[in-house]
Design a protein around this ligand. Sequence first.
Ligand code: AMP
Length: 144
Amino acid sequence: MAHYKKILIAVDLSDESDLVAQRARAVAEGGDNELHVIHVIEPLSFAYGVDIPMDFSGLQDEIQTQARQQLQRFGAKHGIDESHQHIVLGRPEVEIHAAAEEIEADLIVVGSHGRYGLALLMGSTANGVLHGAKRDVLAVRVGD
Ligand code: AMP
């Protein structure tokens, strides 16, 4: 069987991220491959709009510092080198695709919540990643 060469794990850094990484590592096991991890930070201006007369920059910097530290701990726990840890600002599905393109990943691994009713209509990051993906996507069921 042909093994995946570069696997990109997308994590929101919640507790469920461990399961997503464990599944990715299971797929990677025994192959000659690279594991990468990405966490996308959504700018506060996306959530609150750019017209609010408040300066979010201090808070945004703090969020980024915390996220970087968390990602470093996560990478260390799962044996993913710092040079393979990616942290970017933007919309998760857009940035996950862009990173997969940049590193030429052949598999993206995301967590996927079972969704019902309104939440299903609103969609999810896993759906967003799957749509328009140019490579394989493994959706790991989380949150049960
Ligand atoms: P969701 O169902 O939209 O909450 O997201 C489920 C999965 O999407 C997570 O387990 C991650 O794999 C991925 N994901 C969500 N948010 C992010 C993020 N900010 N950065 C990277 N991946 C994310």
